[in-house]
Design a protein. Structure first.
Length: 593
C-alpha cells in the first residue's frame, strides 16, 4: 500500500509531457503482457493462415504462368495448322508416296523452312509433326517424327491431349510436356488425310515455375492432370504418391511415408491441379520463431518508444512537423515554397537532415533545367561533332583548286562537279549553324542531285515547287537531303532493273506552319520499316543524319506535334511529309538556344 502511495506521489510530481508518455505507454505494456500469455497457439494459427494465403497467391501466379504455357502450346499448334506452306505440301496428292531423293529433299526443305520460321518466333518451345514411317525424313527427330513414336503416347481418339515425351539429346535425358492435336488436310485428289501436330515445352521450365511458387522452405509442389497423373514433380520425388484428399480443406494435415504435411491445392481452368505439400515441422519451426521474434520486438519496441517519446519527442516535434509540411508541399508539385518557421540555430542532425533535403530539392530543380537544356543541345553537339571532322577552309580551297585547274585544262564537267561539291559542303557545314534558309536548303538538295547524276548518267530527275514568299523562312540544316538520298540508294542504286528515279519536292505555308513533301516513284517502304525508322533511338557519327535523327531533331526543336509522316508505301512509291513551324532565321536560332 505504501509503495503505491509513493509511486502515486512520484507520478504526480512529474512534468505533464512525462505523465502523458507514461499514460500512453503503460496501458500498452500491460495489454501486450496479457496477450503474450496465449500468443503461441494464436501465432501458429495466424501463421498457417498467412502461409495458406501466400500459397494461394503463389499458386495463382504459377497457374497463370502454366496456363500461359498451355495456351501458347495450343496457339503454336494452331499456327502450324494454319501455315499455308505446310498445308500446300501436305495437300499434295503425292505427299507420302515414293519419290526420288531430290523430290524428297525439296519437300523436306519447304516443310523444314516453314517449321523453322514458327520455332524462331517461339524460342521457348519445340514443335513437330508425326509422319508415316515410310517417309524418308520422318525420323528427323527435330521437326518430324515417325507415327510409330506416337503409339507410345496414346490419347483419346479424335481429341487433343497432353503427354510427357522423354527425349535423349547429346547424352542427356529431357522431358517435354507435349500438346498433341489432329490436323485434317484435304488433298488435291479429294481424299482427307489426318496428321498429328505436336508443340512442346521443357518440363524444367514448368519446374522452375513451381519452384518460384514456393512460399515455405522445404515445400513440395506438383502439377497433376485431370486424371490424377503427376506431370511435374520435384526433383528426387518421382516415385512419391500423392494423398487422395476427398473432403478437401485448405491446409489439411496428411500423413506420408516421410512425415506429416499440410496439403493444399489449386484447381486450374482445365481441371489440372497445382498441389502443395508443406512439412509440418517447418510450419511449427517458423511459427515459434515468429512468436519469439514478435515478443522480443515488442519488448524492444516498447522500451524504445517509451524512451524516445519521453526524452525527445517534444524537442523534435516542431522540426519533424516542418519537414512533413515541406514534403507535402513537394508532393503537391510546389518545389519553390521554403518553410521560414524552421529554427536551424541548434545545428543538430534534424537541421542537417532538413538542409540536406532542401539541397536535394534544389538539385532536382537544377537537374530538371539541365536535362531540358541538354535535350536541346544534343542535336547541335552531334552536328558539330560531324562538322569538326572536316577542315572547312582546307576543303573549300582544295575544291577551288580543282575547279580552276579543270577550267585551265578545259575539263568543264570536272569543274562543274567541283563547284557543286564545294557548294554542297558549304551549305552542309553552314559555318557551324544548325539553321538555314529554305531557299538554301533547296539549293543544297539540287547540288546533291547534280553530283549524283554524274554517277548515274542523268537518271535522277528532280522537280521542285516552293512558294517565293517562304524561301526566306528558316529550317534545320540537312533536312531534305537524307530523304532524297534514301530514294536514290533504295531505288536505282540497289535495283538494277530501275533505270531512272523521279523526285518531286514541294514546300507550302499552311497557316503558321510550313509543310514539305518529298515524293518519289521508287519501290516504297514497308510500314514496319517506317515504324523502325521513326521510333528507333537516334545514333551519332556518320549515320547521325538518318531519318530517325531528322525526326528526333524536329520534335526536339518544334515539339511533339511536328516531324515526319509517311503516306504512300509499298508498292506505290514514297510520299514523305515534313511539318515545321514557320519561323525566321533569328526566331529559330533563339528557339535552339
Amino acid at each position: 500500500m505504501k509503495l503505491l502511495v509513493k509511486l502515486k506521489n512520484k507520478f504526480n510530481a512529474l512534468p505533464m509531457n512525462k505523465k502523458m508518455h507514461i499514460s500512453f505507454v503503460l496501458p500498452i505494456v500491460l495489454l501486450l503482457g496479457v496477450l503474450l500469455l496465449g500468443m503461441g497457439s494464436l501465432f501458429e494459427s495466424l501463421y498457417k493462415k498467412q502461409i495458406n494465403y501466400s500459397i494461394e497467391r503463389a499458386n495463382t501466379q504459377a497457374d497463370a504462368f502454366i496456363s500461359n504455357y498451355l495456351s501458347n502450346l495450343r496457339f503454336i499448334a494452331d499456327q502450324i495448322k494454319s501455315d499455308r506452306d505446310i498445308r500446300s505440301v501436305l495437300a499434295d496428292k503425292n505427299f507420302g508416296n515414293k519419290k526420288d531423293l531430290g523430290d524428297n529433299y525439296r519437300e523436306f526443305l519447304k516443310l523444314n523452312s516453314a517449321f523453322g520460321s514458327i520455332e524462331v518466333a517461339h524460342p521457348n518451345f519445340k514443335i513437330g509433326m508425326f509422319l508415316k514411317d515410310t517417309i524418308l525424313y520422318s525420323n528427323n527427330k527435330h521437326f518430324f517424327y515417325p507415327e510409330s513414336d506416337l503409339f507410345a503416347h496414346p490419347g483419346p481418339i479424335g481429341k487433343n491431349y497432353y503427354a510427357i515425351f522423354k527425349v535423349k539429346e547429346k547424352n542427356n535425358n529431357y522431358e517435354y510436356l507435349s500438346f498433341i492435336t489432329k490436323y485434317n488436310v484435304q488433298k488435291t485428289d479429294g481424299e482427307l488425310e489426318t496428321y498429328s501436330v505436336m508443340s512442346q515445352v521443357d518440363i524444367e521450365k514448368l519446374k522452375k515455375v513451381l519452384e518460384s511458387a514456393k512460399s515455405v522452405e522445404g515445400a513440395l509442389l506438383y502439377l497433376v492432370d485431370e486424371k490424377g497423373t503427376v506431370l511435374v514433380h520435384p526433383n528426387n520425388r518421382a516415385n512419391m504418391e500423392l494423398p487422395n484428399v476427398k473432403n478437401y480443406k485448405a491446409m489439411s494435415l496428411v500423413k506420408l511415408e516421410d512425415g506429416e504435411f499440410y496439403y493444399t491445392r489449386r484447381i486450374m481452368d482445365n481441371d489440372w491441379k497445382i498441389v502443395s505439400l508443406i512439412p509440418k515441422v517447418k510450419i511449427k519451426k517458423q511459427s515459434s520463431i515468429v512468436t519469439t521474434i514478435y515478443i522480443a520486438a515488442t519488448v524492444i519496441m516498447i522500451a524504445i518508444v517509451f524512451t524516445i517519446s519521453f526524452v525527445f519527442s517534444k524537442y523534435y516535434s516542431g522540426k519533424i512537423f516542418a519537414l512533413k509540411k515541406r514534403v507535402n508541399d513537394i508532393t503537391e508539385g510546389n518545389l519553390s515554397v521554403i518553410n521560414e518557421e524552421v529554427d536551424s540555430s541548434t545545428k543538430d542532425e534534424m537541421d542537417e537532415l532538413y538542409n540536406n533535403f532542401e539541397f536535394m530539392v534544389s538539385e532536382v530543380k537544377r537537374l530538371m533545367k539541365e536535362q531540358y537544356r541538354l535535350g536541346k543541345d544534343v542535336t547541335r553537339a552531334e552536328m558539330r561533332a560531324l562538322q569538326a571532322q572536316i577542315n572547312p577552309h582546307f576543303l573549300y580551297n582544295t575544291l577551288d583548286l580543282i575547279n580552276w585547274g579543270a577550267l585551265d585544262y578545259g575539263a568543264e564537267s570536272v569543274a562543274k562537279i567541283a563547284r557543286d561539291l564545294g557548294q554542297f559542303y558549304r551549305l552542309s557545314l553552314n559555318h557551324g549553324s544548325a539553321v538555314i534558309s529554305i531557299a538554301e536548303e533547296f539549293l543544297h538538295v539540287e547540288c546533291f542531285i547534280r553530283i549524283e547524276n554524274v554517277h548515274y548518267e542523268g537518271a535522277i530527275h528532280l522537280e521542285t515547287e516552293v512558294d517565293e514568299d517562304i524561301k526566306n523562312f528558316a529550317c534545320l540544316n540537312i533536312l531534305l537531303q537524307p530523304f532524297v538520298e534514301n530514294a536514290i540508294v533504295h531505288g536505282i542504286a540497289e535495283h538494277s532493273d530501275i533505270k531512272e528515279v523521279n523526285i518531286k519536292i514541294t514546300a507550302n505555308k499552311l497557316e503558321d506552319d510550313i509543310e514539305f513533301h518529298i515524293i518519289d516513284d521508287g519501290l516504297g517502304v514497308d510500314k514496319d520499316e517506317i515504324e523502325k525508322l521513326l521510333n528507333e533511338r537516334p545514333v551519332g557519327g556518320f549515320r547521325g543524319f538518318g531519318i530517325n535523327n531528322v525526326n528526333f531533331r524536329l520534335k526536339l526543336c518544334y515539339g511533339e506535334d511536328y516531324g515526319i509522316h509517311y503516306d504512300n508505301v509499298k508498292p506505290h512509291g514514297t510520299d514523305v511529309t515534313i511539318r515545321i513551324k514557320a519561323l525566321t532565321i533569328n526566331e529559330l536560332e533563339e528557339a535552339l538556344m
